[in-house]
Design a protein around this ligand. Structure first.
Ligand code: SF4
Length: 316
């Protein structure tokens, strides 16, 4: 918001880009903010190659599974393509030197500019005076004197600037990215350690349900409420689904589950035990579960078992 406002103060036309990944929160304020600032907004998603950064980041991870430097290079690479498509002259971002430990150290900013092939065309107005003058500054398209020398984690000067520019809804400093959350990251690390390292479908499911690992090739996801139960069913029906079977309590109330991996007798017993663990009202001698796979529908009698009772969720 501030970077855009600073450019507008200098009479420069701006188009805004908002990046979304499958790990970022969908309830952001980008649309409203763009309206408030009077700029056109384009939302950019990621392709499947983004997941390669998560599986094997070149520049390391933050405290969770967040490959922030690689991620920002990826974003700015997309921004460069967009810039060329619309005939824009350069790119500005709201990055501040030293504000975020994983991606905004001075060295990281240089790495991001270099590897996104933007170099001289990436201007950070909030910290510009701490960085080498970029082409827009050297050419006089932007007046460097009116840019800033903000650095560090304190938001004090940023909030002062927001007030100066009349910005009312100041967002929290949260990244809104699940990859930075330790609990979510545990599921990500589990997925990328599995033999096939997870496809997009598997990553998209990480936000839904309780996840349990049965063995190297087999994982189970249980819905935590009706909404998640329905979402599991939806994901299971997609052509790209990796799940091999879906489980429904037949004569008791409880969650639905998806099995990912071979539907062996042991795996089915394990899932059945999990459904009982998260159900309060089953008959211990006659609990039935419907198991639907691509080729078969069967009714299975299940009992509580040690493996299901003792396994911990991947996010706990
Ligand atoms: S917090 Fe998430 S979205 Fe933001 S740069 Fe890091 S990995 Fe990318």
């Amino acid at each position: 918001m501030l970077a855009i406002r600073i450019m507008q103060e200098q009479g420069i036309d701006v188009e805004a880009l908002n990046f979304k990944t499958i790990f970022t929160c969908c309830q952001d304020q980008a649309g409203q903010t763009a309206r408030d600032l009077g700029v056109r907004l384009t939302v950019v998603g990621q392709d499947d190659d983004y997941l390669d950064l998560v599986r094997k980041p070149k520049f390391g991870l933050g405290k969770g599974a967040n490959p922030c430097v690689d991620c920002r290079i990826y974003m700015f690479d997309k921004a460069r393509v967009f810039m060329e498509q619309i005939g824009a002259d350069f790119i500005v971002s709201g990055e501040v030197v030293g504000q975020r430990p994983m991606s905004q150290k001075r060295r990281d900013l240089d790495t991001i500019s270099y590897h996104s092939d933007l170099e001289d065309l990436l201007l950070r107005p909030l910290s510009a005076k701490m960085l080498h003058p970029t082409l827009p500054e050297r050419e006089g398209w932007v007046d460097r004197e009116q840019l800033y020398d903000i650095q560090g984690r304190s938001r004090k000067r940023l909030i002062e600037l927001a007030h100066k520019y009349g910005l009312k809804d100041i967002p929290t400093p949260s990244t809104g990215c699940a990859l930075t959350e330790p609990r979510f990251s545990k599921k990500v690390f589990d997925l990328i350690a599995a033999p096939d390292r997870g496809q997009r479908w598997d990553f998209e499911l990480l936000k839904t349900g309780r996840h349990f690992r049965f063995d190297e090739r087999t994982k189970v996801i249980l819905g935590r409420d009706n909404c998640e139960n329905d979402h599991l069913l939806y994901m299971h029906q997609l052509p790209e689904a990796n799940s091999t079977a879906e489980f429904f309590p037949d004569n008791f109330s409880g969650p639905r589950a998806l099995l990912i991996g071979p539907a062996t007798t042991e795996a089915i017993d394990f899932v059945g035990g999990l459904l009982l663990r998260y159900s309060g009202d089953y008959n211990p001698g006659n609990a039935l579960v419907r198991v639907e796979s691509e080729s078969d529908i069967s009714l299975v009698r299940v009992t509580p078992n040690e493996a299901s009772n003792q396994v911990r969720t991947l996010a706990s």
